[in-house]
Design a protein around this ligand. Structure first.
Ligand code: HEC
Ligand code: HEC
Ligand code: HEC
Ligand code: HEC
Ligand code: HEC
Ligand code: HEC
Length: 357
């Protein structure tokens, strides 16, 4: 029996590229499931002597995923709040364990006992996960997805990624897909994009997720009217940038060089836009039809800025990030102590700006 099983496993690996597991389809079932919670007479999940719902190998769906992905294969959870793993695109859930993310005014204030008085807690770092085996819990502040109604209590890896694989970018759910046994049914398609390797390398201006389209509508599966352009007075997402803003993006090369950029080298992975022409090594700036997107300002998993910001929205100078709170400082792409908010990449309301827009 054991021999036959190993043979089947071997064949499965011969057909797949080295180290592949999901291979954009369903991986071998017992990578995640256990039928009897027993192998060689030992409990597969010692924490759950009576087994788990869904017959999983660990307590919750997210714990199962993190058993492989926490510090390897994208390392989406890392080990250390101050030393996250290399950025791949989605960002790191480790920041959910922070005690304070507030680097704005009074962010570092403490009372006579030394306790923070103006802390923004780690649950604001991004999407919280129901994964007690890794010290994570549902969001303590938000009970549903703002703009929509997805229950925060159920949030986990398999709220967004299909554990049984899809042909789409990063195995994300697409239109019509039923999530977690019926909590939600997605209305909008998975985004079109191309990711970088989860094995090696990290995000840089010449190697980054190529966001091609559909991300705003995809986030809208759970965030509903946050994506309601035109009907609410909110920042547009999933709409064309227009020639004026595209030109500002091209020229803006940081606080110290607001007009010196060029179209050929303007792409900034910290402030991405969606365009069907984007590739993982694209360095060119946007065209008038490139779209501003949720992912322009947010990371999909979490960041060390409040609201999963790609940069800290609460600081005047990026060099203030991490100073009050002691949280991880998101690297400043321009490496300038006077660098201001990256909103300026598209709007240039920077210090002494000469741009008419
Ligand atoms: C990458 C991990 C993973 C692999 C591999 C995997 N599953 Fe699952 N499976 C899950 C998780 C997690 C759930 C719990 C539901 C959820 O979170 O979406 C689940 C739920 C299920 C369910 C119950 C809910 C449903 O969707 O019907 C069945 C049945 C199931 N899996 C069968 C299989 C079979 C058969 C295989 C192999 C062909 C397999 N799974 C491979 C992770 C996995
Ligand atoms: C047994 C280890 C293992 C488990 C458990 C596991 N994965 Fe993976 N995962 C891998 C490997 C290996 C790869 C890279 C090869 C591949 O894509 O098949 C990968 C790749 C991925 C990718 C990137 C796919 C791409 O297209 O680039 C995502 C997303 C992912 N896993 C999500 C999950 C989620 C969600 C779960 C939990 C339901 C999970 N994984 C559980 C081993 C695992
Ligand atoms: C499966 C549903 C789902 C999808 C898809 C989803 N979200 Fe969320 N989001 C939630 C829920 C639920 C919360 C509130 C609970 C939490 O933060 O964990 C939330 C919270 C947030 C927050 C606030 C975090 C905080 O605590 O302040 C931001 C920002 C956010 N989402 C952005 C996005 C973006 C950007 C996308 C697309 C890349 C996206 N979301 C896709 C369900 C979703
Ligand atoms: C709110 C939706 C959401 C949740 C929850 C979520 N992911 Fe993701 N994940 C994404 C999106 C979107 C991307 C692509 C992001 C990009 O490239 O900017 C992604 C990318 C990834 C990648 C590729 C590497 C990277 O960092 O970009 C891996 C691996 C992955 N997710 C695994 C997981 C695991 C494991 C969990 C749970 C611990 C999880 N995801 C929870 C939406 C989600
Ligand atoms: C131009 C940058 C930008 C874009 C684009 C953007 N956001 Fe935000 N988002 C922010 C900022 C800044 C905040 C902080 C709160 C605020 O300013 O309203 C935030 C806050 C949030 C929150 C937390 C709200 C709360 O009540 O805690 C969610 C959820 C969110 N955004 C989701 C989205 C989604 C989904 C999209 C795409 C449809 C999106 N954002 C597009 C910048 C942006
Ligand atoms: C990728 C480019 C991009 C980024 C980055 C960006 N925006 Fe925008 N913003 C736009 C576009 C496109 C519009 C719509 C402008 C129009 O229709 O004229 C807009 C509109 C606005 C408006 C409304 C202007 C008006 O005339 O009514 C405000 C305010 C604004 N953005 C603030 C911000 C802030 C604050 C940030 C950073 C948190 C930010 N934006 C980041 C592209 C961007």
């Amino acid at each position: 029996m054991k021999k036959a099983f190993l043979l089947a496993l071997g064949l499965c690996f011969i057909a797949a590229p080295a180290l592949a597991f999901h291979d954009h389809g369903v991986a071998h079932c017992n990578g995640c499931h256990t039928m009897h919670n027993s192998q060689d007479g030992v409990l597969v999940d010692p924490d759950s002597p009576n087994g788990n719902p869904w017959l999983l190998k660990d307590g919750t769906p997210s714990d199962v995923c993190l058993d492989c992905h926490a510090i390897h294969l994208g390392a989406v959870f890392a080990n250390d709040v101050l030393d996250p793993s290399p950025m791949k695109g989605a960002g790191n859930f480790i920041f959910l364990l922070e005690d304070n993310l507030n680097d704005g005014h009074n962010g570092g204030a403490v009372d006579s006992t030394g306790a923070w008085t103006h802390a923004i807690p780690g649950d604001a770092a991004g999407h919280n996960l129901n994964a007690p085996g890794h010290g994570l819990a549902p969001d303590a502040t938000l009970t549903t997805s703002p703009g929509g109604s997805f229950p925060a209590s159920q949030m986990g890896c398999t709220s967004c990624h299909d554990p049984h694989g899809t042909q789409d970018f990063r195995m994300l759910y697409g239109a019509g897909r039923v999530v977690q046994g019926g909590i939600a049914t997605f209305a909008n398609a998975a985004p079109t994009a191309e990711g970088i390797s989860i094995y090696a390398g990290e995000e840089s201006p010449t190697y980054h997720t190529a966001y091609q389209g559909g991300m705003s509508a995809w986030c809208g599966n759970c965030h509903g009217d946050f994506h309601a352009n035109g009907t609410k007075l909110i920042h547009p997402s999933g709409v064309a940038m227009g020639a004026t803003i595209a030109n500002t993006y091209d020229l803006y090369n940081g606080t110290a060089d607001q007009q010196g950029g060029t179209h050929a080298t303007a792409y900034l992975p910290e402030v991405p836009f969606e365009d069907a022409a984007n590739g993982v090594s694209t360095t060119t700036g946007p065209s008038a039809t490139s779209q501003v997107s949720c992912i322009t300002c947010h990371r999909a998993h979490a960041s060390s800025g409040p609201d999963s910001g790609r940069w800290d929205f609460n600081v005047t100078f990026l060099s203030d990030d991490g100073v009050n709170s002691g949280s991880y400082a998101i690297p400043d792409p321009y490496g300038n102590v006077n660098q201001r908010s990256l909103c300026n990449k598209c709007h240039n309301k920077d210090a002494h700006d000469a741009n008419p827009n």
